[in-house]
Design a protein around this ligand. Structure first.
Ligand SMILES: [Zn+2]
Length: 188
């Protein structure tokens, strides 16, 4: 854990809405979070690149972020041991960004749509991969509904019911807590 790399990650302290705006053109910095939990995430990932056999290389960083985010919530997750595979390829269904395929006699498989991947910000990519791993690893179903703000209660929303995706640097800590400990988030 080098202090210098930690500092470097935090040179951009600007409001989340600007980060969202910049996310398309600023791939590196848009993943930087302003919360304490994600501070650890960003630092761990930048210092310790990890590979995931059977997972397309572009997805590795997000798989690792999932493990580190889980660790910050007190859960020990090893996606490699679980054998979950992942790929980026065209999903034929319109407006589907990702998919988890479950197998009874093989490890679960995450598919991320190519068009989505090419267009999405880092945060949106992270949200969709965390959503699919929420199905594929955490065995979660969908959780619908919205907070008073109109933001979705969970990143495990189906996308069918109305709520606003708000997986921004500002809200990430809440959504990660809800993802790994849904019972700890009291709504309604
Ligand atoms: Zn889903």
């Amino acid at each position: 854990m080098k202090l210098s790399s930690k500092r470097k990650s935090f040179t951009i302290l600007i409001p989340a809405y600007i980060l969202l705006f910049l996310a398309m053109s600023c791939q590196k910095d848009s993943s930087v979070d302003l919360t304490e939990a994600s501070e650890i995430v960003a630092e761990e990932v930048s210092n310790k690149p990890k590979s995931y056999p059977g997972v397309e290389e572009e997805l590795w960083a997000y798989f690792e972020l999932f493990e580190v985010a889980a660790a910050a919530q007190g859960l020990s997750i090893d996606l490699t041991a679980e054998g979950i595979t992942g790929i980026i390829e065209d999903l034929e269904e319109d407006q589907v960004a990702g998919q988890c395929t479950s197998y009874s006699h093989a490890a679960n498989h995450v598919t991320i749509d190519t068009d989505f991947w090419n267009r999405a910000s880092d945060n949106f990519k992270e949200m969709i991969i965390f959503h699919e791993l929420g199905h594929c690893y955490l065995d979660r179903g969908h959780r619908e509904g919205q907070l008073e703000s109109g933001n979705c209660i969970s990143i495990m929303r189906s996308g069918i019911e109305p709520c606003r995706d708000a997986y921004s640097n500002l809200n990430k800590a809440y959504y990660i807590q809800e993802l790994f400990n849904p019972g700890s988030v009291n709504v309604n």
